[in-house]
Design a protein. Sequence first.
Length: 255
Amino acid sequence: MDVGTKSGGYALSAENVNLYYGGFQALINIQFHVYRNSITSLIGPSGCGKSTLLRCFNRMNELISGVRIEGKIRINETSIDEIDVIDLRRRVGMVFQRPNPFPFTVYENMVYGLEVHGIKKQRHHDTVERCLKAVGLWDDLKDKFKQPALSLSDEMKQRLCVARVLTIEPEIILLDEPCSALDPIATLRIEELMAELRKEYTILIVTHNMQQAARVSDYAGFMLLGDLVEFGKTDQIFTSPRDERTEQYITGRFG
């Protein structure tokens, strides 16, 4: 399904996107827009295609053998096919379901992307400080740069992963169930972080937690069996869904 948008008001768009794993169709004619400086959530039961759709926006699905994608995906109105894949993954950063810091020190994690993209070392410290402050970790880690990142708590690891993405100055952040491994208090802190980051970034999140989607997102899409059944403002999706299948999922009748 499709939702209209103001011209130039969106950061991401999918137009008639179909994705196949060999002979299996995992995404079916997906159409929607993600507005700039918004939080958009994708909800739906396990295996419905949420994460597959998320990975379309930085071309990660292309790493899987046998994948075929049809349709048009745009970043700020430019087709991703016209963007160098390394530049695309700089502009569209991704944080995964489980915190995945590299087995390096805190500082080495933070400068990894800067070094990969050839950013001058003179800027590294300022960038590390700015990004750790953005995720609320500067005071905790400013004297622990040599500490192994894997020794941090799960919440701090996830914040570090977000900070690591921010170092390369993305326009868009993709979050694939970023709180699934966290306890409720840590989850709330990550949600507060998302609300703060939306002032500067566009966020697209996949979540299995409907309450989280209702709390944090401006727009929401419900997916079922590879189809984007319904997409709209979060309040509308949760209080007056237009499709019976959405209502059944929201009210817990399946999923």
